[in-house]
Design a protein around this ligand. Structure first.
Ligand code: CO
Length: 134
């Protein structure tokens, strides 16, 4: 059911430093920082030949990643995102197999303007999983 790895998201305490690390030390192509107030994050996209890395930093007072950064002050891997063809069909299949969908279970529009869902990390090997309808 799942398709390509769309991105891996990494929460970082210093976005400028992380951007410079990926650009100058790792030699990757990086975007300018982009504020996404509706998601409570500022993001830098790192373009790799086969996928993307998203560097995330909290934005605003109620950022959904503030708690993660408090628990992981040097940053860390936050989630992986897999592409699916039909997000409602994927959701129904997963719920039918006992997996927990976060929030109200309805897809919402993610950082790329496409419908996304998040799956409970305890049901997926301790990893927060995002599904994005490709
Ligand atoms: Co994501």
């Amino acid at each position: 059911m799942i398709g390509r790895l769309n991105h891996v998201a990494i929460v970082v305490p210093d976005l400028a430093a992380a951007r410079a690390l990926y650009r100058d030390t790792l030699g990757a192509s990086v975007s300018e920082p982009m504020d996404m107030p509706e998601h409570g994050v500022t993001t830098v996209f790192v373009d790799l030949p086969n996928t993307k890395i998203e560097l995330l930093h909290p934005l605003g007072d109620n950022s959904p990643i503030a708690g993660f950064l408090a628990r992981n002050p040097s940053g860390g891997m936050h989630h992986v995102c897999y592409e699916v063809e039909d997000i409602h069909a994927a959701r129904d299949r997963l719920v039918g197999k006992g997996a927990r969908v976060l929030g109200d279970g309805e897809p919402r529009i993610g950082a790329h303007g496409k419908p996304v869902l998040f799956l409970h990390p305890k049901d997926f090997c301790g990893t927060l999983v995002e599904l994005e309808q490709a």
